[in-house]
Design a protein around this ligand. Structure first.
Ligand SMILES: N[C@@H](CCC(=O)N[C@@H](CS)C(=O)NCC(=O)O)C(=O)O
Length: 304
């Protein structure tokens, strides 16, 4: 029961689509908790300690924030079939999540223009710390269209080496590369219809990726997810990393925050750390004792 994968997401979230595809590649059963796409998200932030982004994976009282750590945890728990065989899979995620994503966002919201809900705009201004300027995004569409095309061109080059997948088989490289194509194709289909036909190999790969599906989700309410955390005990044991560059040690109070947007600080006590992961313990009356796991790349860890 406590090993059940609980996935906090919403259907239109492109970052969630990465993980849903990983569930599909591994044929997994999972529980789907739909969270709001704007604040407040009281059940989610009680579990995470303030991290508000989507998706979040929960297994009992262990909470995994960010697709980087979620994908590696899925691979660690369910190794068959493997989806992380290539060495640079996670690094490709940085390309997809940052520079490629930054070309997709104005392409989408520039096209949607005034149809974007004012409450959503306000929320995204708070998330990014910048104005959600639809006119500016609209003006940027021609430039971003060229950028987006060039990034799809990278996918096409990767597919040229044969095999039909970016890495050795369907895997994490494909999952990361797929995200922005899916995002644009789902929100501004005419833009995808304009740009993708130049790349028939990408179109073919995109259709095969979509056919992988999402495994088998069954719904769960946010309230139920919180109750499961409360009734469970986190699994991670304390582990001191002798290579911590700044000497962080288990038992120390730390604050973890994303380095890009949604930089809400999450406070806790260090349980374990490595080059790839930091795990912090926290207690909240609503959820009891939980351990929250973050990646290291793309997150800052501050003492105190
Ligand atoms: N680095 C994060 C990025 C996640 C992210 O930006 N998610 C978007 C949704 S796809 C988000 O949280 N937007 C704000 C929100 O949904 O409240 C990851 O890889 O999980």
């Amino acid at each position: 029961m406590t090993d059940e994968i609980i996935f906090h997401h919403y259907p239109t979230s492109p970052f969630s689509e990465k993980v849903r595809l990983a569930f599909g590649m591994k044929g997994l059963k999972w529980r789907a908790v739909v969270q709001p796409s704007i604040m407040p998200k009281p059940h989610l932030t009680a579990l995470t300690g303030g991290y508000r982004k989507i998706p979040v994976m929960q297994i009992g009282a262990d909470i995994y924030c960010d697709t980087q750590i979620i994908l590696s945890e899925i691979e660690r728990r369910v190794s068959d079939p493997p989806i992380m065989q290539g060495g640079m899979g996670q690094a490709i995620g940085f390309w997809a999540d940052r520079v490629f994503f930054q070309a997709s966002v104005p392409l989408i919201f520039g096209a949607l223009g005034d149809k974007v809900d004012p409450a959503f705009r306000k929320d995204r201004e708070a998330l990014s710390g910048r104005p959600f300027d639809v006119a500016q995004m609209k003006a940027a569409v021609p430039i971003m269209r060229e950028q987006w095309r060039a990034h799809v061109g990278f996918i096409d080059s990767a597919l040229q080496s044969g095999g039909g997948w970016i890495g050795n088989g369907p895997g994490i490289e494909d999952i990361h590369a797929h995200m922005n194509v899916w995002f644009v194709a789902n929100f501004v289909a005419d833009e995808a219809a304009r740009l993708l036909p130049e790349f028939p190999r990408v179109q073919d790969w995109y259709a095969r990726m979509n056919a992988i599906g999402h495994g088998t989700p069954t719904p769960m309410t946010p309230e139920e997810a919180v109750e499961i955390a409360k009734a469970s005990t986190p699994h991670d044991a304390e582990h001191e990393d002798g290579h911590e560059p700044n000497g962080l040690k288990p038992g120390q109070a730390v604050t973890v925050m994303a380095d890009d947007y949604g930089r809400d600080p999450i406070k806790g006590t260090l349980v374990a750390s490595s080059a790839h992961r930091i795990s912090i313990a926290r207690n909240d009356p609503a959820v009891g004792d939980v351990v929250v796991h973050f990646p290291r790349a793309g997150f800052w860890v501050l003492p105190g």
